[in-house]
Design a protein around this ligand. Sequence first.
Ligand SMILES: C[S@@+](CC[C@H](N)C(=O)[O-])C[C@H]1O[C@@H](n2cnc3c(N)ncnc32)[C@H](O)[C@@H]1O
Length: 232
Amino acid sequence: MTATDDKARTVRGYFNAIAGRYDLANTLLSFGLHYLWKRRTIKEARISPGASVLDLCGGTADLALRAAKAGAQSVMVCDFSAGMLSVGKKKAAAVPAISFICGDAQRIACTGSSFDVVLIGFGLRNLVDKEQGLREMLRVLRPGGRLVCLEFSTPVWPWFRLLYDFYSRSIIPTAGLLIAGSREAYEYLPDSIKKFPLPDDLAALMQAAGFRQVRYTRLTNGIAAIHTAEKP
Ligand SMILES: C[S@@+](CC[C@H](N)C(=O)[O-])C[C@H]1O[C@@H](n2cnc3c(N)ncnc32)[C@H](O)[C@@H]1O
């Protein structure tokens, strides 16, 4: 087993462990902000009626449900955590447009280039090989298709960054333990955010992967950011 496999297994283990309480923890730890960020993500996706959407690293299907509500004809949720998918399947049980596949975002199990939109919410940061993940997203989009990536980032104002760092390092791990039962998963969260490329660097990675029209918007002073890009 390689170090890469090992890291992926650890990350999958975190999500399987917290799956049952993941949504609740998201809401409490973000003070509900993730709802606004997800709403904005769907707006940026410009989903047209009948669109075919891939929700990569889709977890408990929050974005998939919103995409279906926005008019998508089919939404495929892909995630490598059986625990997260099982919560998502329950939430989407009454929505036939949504289907689920358990698999790795770095090797998407689809042969064609058929998706109109690829959504990835708080997922890219977790990929061991982000460049490979982006190349896969490009591969499965149809020409002219749209990638929308919602991800944590870094606040712009220095004083806010300090406050946010304190919250991330000193409050989130303990709150994560109390709410979702895993300190490790919520120590991994701020660690992975710190290592994640800043918005300009992520935009450059998308360009290098072959995307065009790459743009981004910071949310809540940069706690999160939405990148949009198109397949030429
Ligand atoms: C922070 S959760 C985000 C879930 C959902 N998109 C949301 O916005 O709430 C990250 C998800 O990415 C999944 N994930 C991480 N690495 C993955 C990979 N290599 N392939 C597929 N899924 C992955 C995890 O299992 C987890 O469900």
